[in-house]
Design a protein around this ligand. Structure first.
Ligand SMILES: Cc1ncc(C[n+]2csc(CCOP(=O)(O)OP(=O)(O)O)c2C)c(N)n1
Length: 727
């Protein structure tokens, strides 16, 4: 551990470390001022919470020295920051004001971090490059990695940062310098999360300029460090990651902290790779104001911690070094106290948000994928070949990557070949995805734009979020819907809500392509899953699911060009089906989201469906028309969130009978919402109860006999139509 400097100098105090960093007398005084400001802001919030003027409090107490040091070693508004809830002091050091912090605590309309949407200590500032965090522990590590990757990409391809009218780029400013460092912090308990390790993997492999700061206060709420960290020391566990600079320090020592941070930042900024500074700090207050640490920490332990309090340590040091005398310290503290008082007085009087603002910024208001601009007719091209859904998705990816050099494609096995020499010399054909949907992309667009990820789904989505927040357009692939679940945390708590929780300060419009569904004959439990309603239940994400080649191409192009995150569900049974093949409709063909397609007009009964049930319902409709004369109107929703309520209502008003059908399980499935809304809003138009056809409430079995019974078949649809028509 670095020792505190003892050498006195009027202008500066030299650090005793090899790197010889120095802080001027003014910087040292400011260092103390920021630490004290942070502590007094916490103390004031605690009073405000007891007075019920704010509703939550979590403090930075004990972490101030480590964090002010980090702030002083980095460049605000130049470097990028992914702090966690203990990071008040670094945010103050970067230029966040106390008043801004209190505005969040009271939940004010003018809270610049979130407009009253996030708890206190959820910092966000587009101006300072502080990216809005969630309350989830460790998700931010992957965002930091993606952010660093985006910085490197733009430095290498600066022309990609250009603005471009007509798509998301019009609204996405890109800032980069080429040597910026990305800060991410985390508590020692949260290093147990897989996302921390998944991020180390890529930061290390990519030699990315990410500065990790592990703030080790010995506890994760009531759980001591040895439970989370085998051996009790995270530095020992991470020590073998290549390309890293590591430092383990007493994070209550301001000078040691500064020296360590300056060293680490220099390592990252020079392009050597990532760094991890592990600071041992204290937690003099409980985890939060909702916690009482006396229930699980002894008095003796708390007293020992108090002896290491960084505020008193720094104060004593300034006195001892003759940098400030007692009077100067008192004066500085009085000024800070006044500043905190004034800011608190203003914040408690602040205007509160009004309910009419609640739904603002759930999605982009600048450019919606429902926009009429996306309603295009297919172009006639010389090529009259009828192409599969797989072909046209591949065509669309190529077209868009030619048009927009911010697009990067990554995921498991999506590259043609990671070891690309034989590929480029024609000795290998290349893979390009397990379903070959990304075939040829790496060969044409290079390894910086098309690459394989580690086998870790949260890694894929988390990095993509960090990249998209910086202005790239990741179009990533999750290999099978069945394995989307490790990414669920990133999708639910991060992807969907970044724009809303930052009050439009940050957004992450990106596309996640996912092969989904069964009817594979042997696909079994882990290669046949549906589950779209689990995602449509999350606001902030658009979800589409085409049933044919032309729709797949048109909807994917809209997904890529729009300003919202999109989950693009590709039914793998339809990839190479004869049904729904189409000619290439040209490089500008798009389809707006939220518009259903009438696949078959009819007058007796409506079937509402999507995905692989479309061809099955069509088969049933044609058969029942031939055999019984029942004329079915078949509607393919294509877009699940948003969905085309007008098309549904118009058809139900005409036919007065409706079947909602899907491949996913019946209970709590997508059809439940549609059926409920029809019941609520179209009750008087119905001549029969709304009928659902779906799979059994069970996973898909391997044995084809069982699979056939579990999944909805044309005969099931036929029967339901027949019964409902006779009702
Ligand atoms: C994914 C997730 N699980 C659980 C929680 C609840 N939680 C909030 S903070 C915390 C402890 C974090 O401890 P540590 O990482 O050591 O940081 P510290 O609070 O001690 O600074 C827990 C369990 C959460 N926010 N996110």
């Amino acid at each position: 551990m670095a020792k505190v400097a003892t050498e006195k100098s009027a202008a500066s105090v030299k650090s005793p470390t090899k790197a010889e960093y120095s802080l001027t007398r003014e910087q040292l005084v400011d260092f103390y001022r920021l630490m004290y400001l942070s502590r007094r802001t916490d103390d004031r919030e605690i009073v405000l919470k007891r007075q019920q003027k704010i509703f939550f409090q979590i403090s930075c107490a004990g972490h101030e020295a480590l964090l002010v040091a980090a702030g002083m070693a980095m460049k605000p508004g130049y470097d990028w920051f992914f702090p966690y809830y203990r990071d008040r002091a670094i945010c103050l050091a970067l230029g966040n004001t106390v008043e801004e912090q209190f505005l969040q605590a009271v939940g004010a309309a003018d809270d610049p971090a979130s407009g009253g949407r996030q708890m206190p200590s959820h910092w966000s500032s587009p101006k300072l490059n502080i990216v809005s965090p969630s309350s989830s522990t460790a998700t931010q590590c992957l965002h930091a990695v993606g952010c660093a990757e985006a910085g490197r990409y733009f430095a290498k391809y600066p022309e990609a940062a250009a603005k471009h009218d007509g798509d998301y780029r019009q609204f996405k400013d890109v800032k980069f310098h080429g040597d910026e460092v990305v800060y991410v912090s985390i508590g020692e308990g949260s290093t147990s999360q897989g996302e921390f390790w998944e991020s180390l993997n890529t930061a290390s492999n990519g030699k990315l300029p990410v500065l990790y700061v592990v703030e080790d206060n010995g506890y994760a709420i009531s759980t001591p460090v040895e439970v989370n960290t085998p051996g009790g020391n995270i530095s020992r566990l991470v020590a073998n990651f290549p390309n890293f600079h590591f430092a383990e320090i007493d994070g209550t020592d301001p000078i040691a902290s500064y020296n360590a941070m300056a060293d680490a930042v220099a390592w990252c900024r020079a392009g050597n790779g990532p760094a991890l500074v592990h600071g041992h700090v204290i937690r003099p207050y409980s985890h939060s104001l909702s916690d009482d640490e006396r229930l699980y920490r002894t008095v003796a332990e708390l007293e020992a911690d108090a002896l290491r309090d960084p505020i008193s340590r720094m104060q004593m040091w300034l006195l001892r070094e003759g940098i400030l005398d007692a009077e100067a310290i008192n004066k500085l503290e009085r000024q800070v106290d006044d500043e905190v008082q004034r800011a608190a007085d203003k914040a408690v009087m602040a205007t509160l948000p009004t309910p009419d603002t609640i739904l603002r910024h759930v999605y982009s208001e600048n450019l919606t994928p429902m926009d009429a601009r996306y309603a295009r007719e297919p172009e006639m091209t010389a090529d009259k070949t009828e192409r599969t859904m797989a072909d046209l998705i591949n065509c669309c990816l190529k077209d868009e990557m030619r048009r927009d050099d911010r697009i990067v494609v990554f995921g498991e096995d999506v590259a043609d070949a990671t070891r690309d020499e034989p590929l480029r010399t024609g000795k290998l054909k290349g893979k390009g995805g397990v379903f070959k949907l990304t075939s040829g992309l790496q060969l044409e667009f290079g390894n910086d734009r098309v690459f394989n990820s580690p086998l870790a789904e949260a890694n894929i989505v988390g990095r993509a979020i960090g990249m998209a927040a910086r202005g790239l357009k990741p179009v990533v692939e999750i290999q099978f819907f069945d394995y989307i679940w490790p990414a669920m945390h990133q999708m639910r708590n991060e992807l969907s809500v970044l724009r809303w929780r930052s009050n439009n300060g940050f957004s992450c419009p990106l596309v996640i392509r996912v092969p989904i569904g069964g009817y594979l004959t042997g696909g079994s439990i882990y290669h046949s899953q549906s589950g779209e309603s689990i995602f449509t239940h999350t606001p902030g994400v658009r979800i589409v699911m085409p049933s044919n080649a032309l729709d797949a191409l048109g909807l994917l192009r809209t997904a890529i060009r729009c300003d919202d995150p999109v989950l693009f569900l590709e039914h793998k049974r339809l990839y190479r089906e004869t049904f729904g093949r189409a000619m290439y409709p040209g490089p500008e063909y798009t389809i707006p989201f939220g518009r259903a397609k009438v696949v078959r007009p009819g007058k007796d009964l409506t079937v509402i469906t999507y995905g692989a049930v479309v061809p099955r319902a069509l088969q049933a409709a044609q058969k029942i028309h031939r055999e019984k004369g029942i004329d079915v109107e078949l509607i393919d929703l294509r877009s699940l969130a948003p969905y085309d309520w007008e098309a549904i209502a118009e058809s139900v008003r005409k036919t007065n009978r409706v079947v909602v059908a899907h491949e996913d399980m019946m209970s709590w499935g997508y059809g439940a919402e549609i059926a409920a809304r029809i019941g609520e809003e179209l009750f008087h138009d119905l001549d029969a109860p709304v009928r659902r056809v779906a799979s059994m409430d069970v996973f898909v079995a391997y044995q084809p006999l069982l699979e056939d019974v579990i999944l909805p078949q044309p005969e099931d649809l036929y029967r339901a139509i027949e019964e409902l028509a006779a009702f």
